[in-house]
Design a protein around this ligand. Structure first.
Ligand SMILES: [Zn+2]
Length: 240
């Protein structure tokens, strides 16, 4: 039954984008030219195209567990997320990168369970979410007595920040940010209240998104070199 629903959905999609509109004519003739890369969690409730009502061709999307960006690590391993990021930057020359995390994230919950040693043993997932360890450890250090819901929310947002910090370890992203060609954004979808928050790089907090996002681009450092990493502590302290 669920697959029949998907097939029916495709018919509806086809009728709108191919029969009633010629949306794909240009996309097929001239190729895609999205200006935004969205790195989102795979969670079925966190679809970036749906959340932002984007059209085909608007956003280049990478989805993985917990919207995690690994650190820059050019070696012989298979780096799916880094490969997609590389193509978006070098091939598509996108202008903005959005890391889109969300509330009730099972990936972040698994990270927390792992720290508690209550997580089931996954072959790949455990190693993957370990990238978020700085977020988990900092929350536990700063909010030892906070209720579990507060801790998890702080962790979910701190994982977004960890991903933003890891993006800056990619030399060609750092260069793009330093020169003002790439903007970085941290977004958090609160699915309980139906709100979208974005990370304010100046105040270090997530707040309800306004018409103009609080992105980060062009480092103000006088020597032109950006050493920006955004402190998890400042973000987490606000959750206490
Ligand atoms: Zn998630």
């Amino acid at each position: 039954m669920p697959l029949e629903k998907l097939i029916k959905g495709f018919r509806k999609f086809r009728s709108f984008y191919f029969e009633k509109n010629d949306h794909y004519d240009d996309l097929v003739r001239n190729g895609q030219s999205p200006e935004t890369l969205v790195i989102a969690c795979s969670d079925s409730r966190n679809d970036p195209a749906l959340l932002t009502q984007s059209e085909p061709g608007d956003i280049f999307v990478v989805r993985n567990v917990a919207a995690i960006v690994p650190p820059y690590q050019p070696d012989d391993n298979y780096h799916g997320t880094s490969a997609a990021i590389e193509f978006a930057i070098k091939g598509l020359k996108i202008k903005d990168i959005v890391v889109l995390g969300h509330s009730l994230c099972s990936g972040v919950q698994a990270l927390s369970d792992q720290a508690d040693k209550t997580a089931p043993d996954f072959e790949f997932l455990s190693q993957w979410i370990r990238i978020g360890t700085p977020a988990c450890e900092t929350v536990r250090r700063l909010l030892p007595d906070a209720p579990p819901g507060v801790k998890i929310k702080a962790m979910e947002q701190a994982v977004i920040l960890t991903s933003l910090n890891n993006l800056m370890t990619f030399p060609w992203i750092r260069k793009g940010v330093e020169s003002g060609q790439i903007g970085l954004h941290g977004w958090y979808f609160d699915m309980v209240n139906g709100e979208l928050l974005d990370y304010n790089f100046t105040t270090g907090q997530f707040t309800k998104i306004q018409n103009k996002p609080h992105g980060f681009s062009k480092c103000a450092h006088q020597d032109g070199k950006c050493s920006a990493t955004w402190p998890l502590e400042k973000l987490i302290a606000n959750h206490s």
